[in-house]
Write a protein that binds this ligand. Structure first.
Ligand code: C5P
Length: 311
């Protein structure tokens, strides 16, 4: 039984509806113009009293670093330092977001740890202060706090919530083996081979599609500058993309730095049909049906009282 003081947080995965990547900057990062979209595939994190910050991972735990390399541990330690807290926290992460899958799973756990430890330690920090700590931890962490649909600029950490209407149905084709984000950015630079990169800007047609909530219009606008790099490093993704197209998805693309491939469909029935076809194709190791947008990291009731999985 968790301690009565234990707090529970649920945090979503993200996909990028648009991802425009600028040239490599002097600090090694790339300027981005992106549209983040939070979807209903969640990690759960609880934080209970402890003397030091420690982490335990349940679910698909392979390749999740433990100890100081874990982004949730780093988030808790950063928050403790920043707010002068000398206590620790026992973090327990139930992992469902693919590890190194291009869906910001590690960033989601960091955002969840900030929200959970903030509540456990009653630090009294404002949402803005938490957001600044999130940006220090990684480019995708602020969005995992915010959720919904949002325009991201800078490294991806500068956010403007988007006017978005409706609920979208997505089918995710996950890979058993992840891709390293720095390796995919480096491959993108290599493929560009010194060519001048056009200005990174999200197109008006994308923002218009998000505003109208029309899956067909949005499907036609999906774009990811990292897709060619992810496919170059993992050529099998091309077949997955072709299966989705052949099955009539409104659009399909690699999520972020991949290797997860996401498809946009009309409704829950079309999502079920496509997930069956993808599973049968043998091109993917796990298929998930999700909806978006959903809220960012938030405190929830104890997990034991809620059904497992999505929602
Ligand atoms: O910010 P984060 O630690 O999540 O980024 C991981 C890596 O992804 C960076 O070290 C960098 O190689 C690459 N990256 C980038 N440009 C960005 C975001 C990430 O090159 N805007």
């Amino acid at each position: 039984m968790p301690d009565a003081a234990t707090v529970f947080v649920r945090v979503p995965a993200k996909i990028n509806l648009a991802l425009h990547v600028g040239p490599r900057r002097r600090d090694g990062y790339h300027d981005l113009a992106t549209v983040f979209h939070a979807v209903s595939l969640y990690d759960d994190l609880s934080a209970g009293p402890a003397d030091t910050v420690e982490v335990e991972v349940v679910g698909s735990t392979e390749a999740v670093p433990l100890g100081r390399d874990n982004l949730a541990v780093r988030a808790a330690q950063l928050l403790a330092r920043h707010s002068g807290v000398t206590r620790g926290a026992h973090l327990r992460i139930t992992k469902r977001i693919p590890v190194a899958g291009g869906m910001a799973g590690g960033s989601a756990d960091a955002a969840a740890a900030l929200v959970a430890c903030d509540a456990l330690w009653r630090t009294g920090l404002s949402r803005d202060e938490l957001r600044d700590l999130a940006a220090e931890l990684g480019s995708d962490v602020p969005f995992a706090l915010l959720g919904g649909t949002a325009l991201g600029t800078g490294r991806g950490e500068q956010l403007t919530p988007a006017l978005a209407r409706g609920e979208y149905h997505w089918v995710l084709a996950c890979s058993s083996e992840g891709l390293s984000t720095p390796a995919v950015f480096a491959e993108c630079d290599r493929l560009r081979d010194g060519r001048v990169v056009p200005e990174t800007r999200v197109r008006a047609s994308m923002m218009q599609a998000v505003r109208t909530g029309d899956p067909e219009a949005l499907g036609a606008c999906l774009v990811n500058d990292l897709q060619a790099a992810a496919v170059s490093l993992r050529p099998g993704l091309q077949r997955t993309l072709e299966v989705g197209r052949a099955e009539g998805a409104h659009g399909g693309l690699v999520s972020g730095s991949g290797p997860t491939v996401v498809f946009l469909v009309s409704d829950a029935e079309a999502a079920l049909d496509l997930s069956v076809a993808l599973s049968a194709s043998g091109t993917t190791s796990r298929v998930e049906r999700v909806t978006g947008p959903v809220p960012g990291a938030r405190l929830v009731e104890p997990i034991a009282h809620r059904p497992a999985g999505r929602g």
